[in-house]
Design a protein around this ligand. Structure first.
Ligand SMILES: NC(=O)c1ccc[n+]([C@@H]2O[C@H](COP(=O)([O-])OP(=O)(O)OC[C@H]3O[C@@H](n4cnc5c(N)ncnc54)[C@H](OP(=O)(O)O)[C@@H]3O)[C@@H](O)[C@H]2O)c1
Length: 290
C-alpha cells in the first residue's frame, strides 16, 4: 500500500528554487515520525534538495542521470523499477515524498496521504502539488499554531481513498475476530481437530498478498503467538510420545527433537503422522540406532 506525504500552501505550491519555501519545525518532526523505518520514494531534484539520504529509511530515488553509491539509496530509472524493488519489502510502509513530478507519477498508486496545509501564499513558487484530491476523504486533522518554531499556521490532514478506508476497517474487524478466535482456540482446551490454524493463516496471508496490501500487525503477532503457544505446549515424553495443545508443525517438532538430541547425545526421528485425540494433538518419535 503506497502512501504519500506533502506540505503545500493555499495555492498548492510545494517548492521554490528547489527548496521548501518555509520553516516549520513541527512539520519536519511530523514528517520524520510518520516516515521513520519506511521506504521513501523521491525524485532526483528532491533528493538533491535534501542533500543526503534520509536516515533510518530506505531512499528510492528516481533519476535517469544520477549515480549514487550509498547503502540506504536505491536509484531507479523508471516507475516499474520502483514497483519491482517494493516487492522485495512486503512488510515496509512506503511513502511517496515528492516532488511535483513524482507525486504525478504515483497518483494512481497512492491510497492515503498526510497533507500539511500551510496557511500562506508563497510568492513565485515553481513546484506544485497537482494530484486531484476529490477521491479522498478526511480521516483525521490536527491544527498547529504559528510560533517561534513554525513560520506559519498549518493543519495536518490524514486523507484516504475508499480502498484504504475499507482496508483499515477490515484490519479492525480482523483484530477483533482474531482476538476471539485466538481465545477460543488456544486458551480453551477443547479445540476442534481440523487444522483451523493453518487454513486461517493461509486465508489471511493470501488475502493480503493478492491485494498487494501490507500484512497488518495483528496477523503477524497472531502468527508469533501461535508459534509461541505451539513451542510452549509441545511435550516430548520419555516414552516416545508427543503431545501438544494446538496442532504442531513438523518444523517445531524437529526443533524440539534436536534440543533433546543435544541434551541426551542420542538421535531421534518423528514416527509417522500426528493425530488428534482426547482434546490434544499427539504423535510419536523414536530413537534411531546408530
Ligand atoms: N512541500 C513538499 O512537501 C515537498 C516535497 C518534496 C519536494 N518538494 C519541492 O519540490 C521541488 C522539486 O520537485 P520537482 O518536480 O521539480 O522534482 P522531483 O520530482 O523531485 O524530481 C524530478 C526528477 O526526478 C526524475 N524523474 C522524474 N520522473 C521520472 C521517471 N518517470 N523515471 C525516472 N526518473 C524520473 C528526473 O531526474 P533526472 O533529471 O535525473 O532524470 C527528474 O528531473 C523542490 O522545490 C522541492 O523542495 C516539496
Amino acid at each position: 500500500m503506497i502512501k504519500g506525504i506533502v506540505a503545500y500552501d493555499n495555492n498548492r505550491a510545494i517548492g521554490k528554487n528547489n527548496e521548501l519555501p518555509w520553516k516549520l519545525k513541527d512539520d519536519l518532526k511530523h514528517f520524520k515520525n510518520v516516515t521513520k523505518n519506511s521506504i521513501v520514494i523521491m525524485g532526483r531534484k528532491t533528493y538533491e534538495s535534501i542533500g543526503k539520504p534520509l536516515s533510518g529509511r530506505i531512499n528510492i530515488v528516481l533519476s535517469k542521470t544520477l549515480n549514487v553509491k550509498h547503502l540506504d539509496v536505491l536509484i531507479c530509472r523508471n516507475k516499474s523499477e520502483v514497483l519491482d524493488k517494493l516487492s522485495d519489502y512486503p512488510y515496509k510502509d512506503v511513502f511517496v515524498i515528492g516532488g511535483q513530478q513524482i507525486y504525478d507519477l504515483f497518483e494512481d498508486e497512492i491510497q492515503m496521504m498526510y497533507v500539511t496545509e500551510v496557511k500562506c501564499d508563497i510568492k513565485e513558487p515553481d513546484a506544485f502539488f497537482d494530484i486531484n484530491l476529490d477521491k479522498y476523504k478526511i480521516i483525521d486533522d490536527k491544527m498547529y499554531l504559528r510560533n517561534e518554531e513554525n513560520e506559519h499556521r498549518f493543519v495536518i490532514y490524514e486523507i484516504a481513498k475508499q480502498k484504504y478506508i475499507d482496508y483499515i476497517n477490515f484490519c479492525d474487524e480482523l483484530i477483533d475476530s482474531l482476538d476471539s478466535w485466538f481465545y477460543n482456540h488456544f486458551f480453551i482446551k477443547n479445540y476442534h481437530p481440523n487444522s483451523l490454524s493453518s487454513d486461517t493463516e493461509r486465508m489471511l496471508l493470501s488475502t493480503f498478498y493478492k491485494e498487494k496490501m501490507p500484512i497488518p500487525e495483528a496477523v503477524i503477532s497472531f502468527q508469533n503467538a501461535f508459534m509461541i503457544t505451539m513451542q510452549k505446549s509441545l511435550v516430548l515424553g520419555d516414552d516416545g510420545t508427543i503431545t501438544c495443545d494446538v496442532r504442531p508443525s513438523e518444523f517445531i517438532i524437529y526443533q524440539k527433537l534436536m534440543e533433546k538430541e543435544k541434551e541426551t547425545g542420542e538421535k531421534y526421528k518423528l514416527d509417522g503422522e500426528i493425530w488428534f485425540e482426547d482434546g490434544r494433538w499427539k504423535g510419536e518419535y523414536e530413537k534411531i540406532d546408530r
